[in-house]
Design a protein around this ligand. Structure first.
Ligand code: C5P
Length: 412
């Protein structure tokens, strides 16, 4: 396929190198047309080297080839990323001051804009009107992703991830012009890692959760267009870019954070390994090893079941009935029953909408890069298996969540 890739003058231009790579590796012939402003962010040499095609942004280069007409005519697809407020305005008003805007006016095939700008620019009435105009004329304009912007602030306005733009472009070519990222406009809260329950200022009861699966889920949800909030207990991996991170230590702290986050979440995924018990007493000072007294005995008390509480709270609120609550279960089978039988019982007991079941052993799942899960649904559909890297498994889980949100009626 012949693709014209227009690059706008925004800081996110650097991410478009990865998008170009996805297009070329899928076998497409890509001509990059950067705006003059964009070349202050990424130079034309990058585009020439990665595309293997000459790059210009002037209607006065290679005039004999009549590029300002030909490129748009011949393109099977035009993708503009990042589509800045300025470019959207120029496209909406039909301006033709450079090679890219000429090409947009001449485009015969589908056109996809992947916007990126500051939240206030995106929400400005002028930009809204320009987006509506472009959509009204049949162009596809993606919702920008939410998350960290160039400065310290965050909100809608991030360029969707290259893979997400690629997927949207392929969907558009297949005739789905209303394609949006599956979780665009949704807020997804994900608890990750393992809680630590203190015994004294230096010791805690912890678990072997690495947080890898939860972080992979956060990336998949972010790439699907969601605003992602991570409630991060102890993790061995860094939090990904573009998600909001709230650190928690104990099950009780996680409970408080999860209940607060639930108020405005479309999805809550409890992937954290939450300690079922915590020491009944936490010593203010380090517990000493002494020869003159008996060795200490640790008494444990039960932690609240956060997942169950989230479901109860959701079910009690009519307004929240669209919320999807997803649990994780790390199970082992025994002589009394197999993994799935235990998991089904847990799903019914906890009442969550989906339960992602891992089969664990000492060497399986925790800290590993690959995984195999079964997704059980309270609504009773067939168990769905997903396996592969934690990234692939996470993408499958997020696809299933998107499907439930977008196609299955309220749950409570
Ligand atoms: O009962 P079990 O710990 O196997 O259940 C696992 C699921 O319940 C996970 O989704 C976990 O995050 C959640 N959980 C919870 N609160 C607890 C224990 C587990 O939300 N106290």
């Amino acid at each position: 396929m012949r693709i014209v890739l227009g690059v706008g003058g925004g800081i996110a231009a650097y991410k478009v190198a990865s998008l170009l790579r996805l297009f070329t590796e899928a076998g497409h012939d890509v001509t990059v047309i950067p705006t003059e402003a964009s070349t202050r962010f990424v130079g034309t040499a990058t585009w020439e080297a990665l595309s293997g095609n000459p790059v210009s942004n002037s209607v006065f280069d290679d005039v004999h080839l009549v590029n300002h007409v030909r490129l748009g005519h011949e393109a099977d697809l035009v993708v503009v990323a990042p589509a800045t407020a300025d470019l959207l305005a120029k496209a909406a008003t039909g301006q033709a001051g450079d090679l890219l805007t000429n090409t947009l006016l001449m485009a015969h095939g589908p056109v996809l804009f992947a916007p990126a700008m500051h939240t206030e620019m995106w929400q400005h009435a002028a930009t809204r009107a320009n987006v509506e105009t472009l959509r009204g004329r049949g162009a596809a304009v993606l919702e920008p992703a939410s998350g960290r912007l160039t400065g310290a602030d965050s909100g809608p306005g991030r360029l969707p991830e290259p893979q997400a733009i690629f997927d949207a472009a392929m969907a558009l070519v297949q005739g789905r012009s209303d394609y949006q990222l599956p979780l665009a406009g949704r807020t997804v809260t994900i608890s990750v890692g393992g809680t630590r329950e203190p015994l004294d200022p230096v010791r805690f009861l912890g678990n072997r959760s690495s947080g890898k699966q939860g972080v992979a889920l956060a990336v998949a949800a972010r790439n699907a267009g969601a605003t992602v909030r991570l409630l991060a207990a102890h993790m061995e991996v860094p939090a990904p870019a573009g998600v909001e991170v709230q650190r928690v230590e104990t099950a009780l702290e996680l409970r408080e954070a999860a209940l607060a986050a639930a108020a405005d979440s479309d999805v809550i995924i409890m992937s954290a390994a939450v300690a079922d018990f915590r020491p009944a007493e936490v010593s203010d000072t380090k517990i000493k090893k002494r020869d003159d007294t008996a060795d200490p005995v640790i008494t444990l008390v039960r932690n609240p079941d956060i997942l169950q509480e989230l479901v109860e709270k959701r079910n009690a609120s009519r307004a929240g009935s669209g919320q999807l609550v997803v649990g994780f279960a790390a199970e082992t089978g025994d002589s009394q029953g197999d993994v799935l039988a235990y998991a089904q019982a847990k799903l019914q007991r906890k009442g969550c909408d989906l339960l992602v079941v891992n089969h664990v052993g000492m060497d399986k799942v925790f800290g590993q890069d690959s995984n195999a899960v079964v997704i059980l649904s309270r609504a009773g559909s067939e168990p769905q298996e997903a396996s592969g890297t934690k990234t692939e498994v996470s993408e499958a889980i997020i696809r299933r969540i998107s499907f439930e949100l977008n196609h299955v009626s309220p749950r409570a």
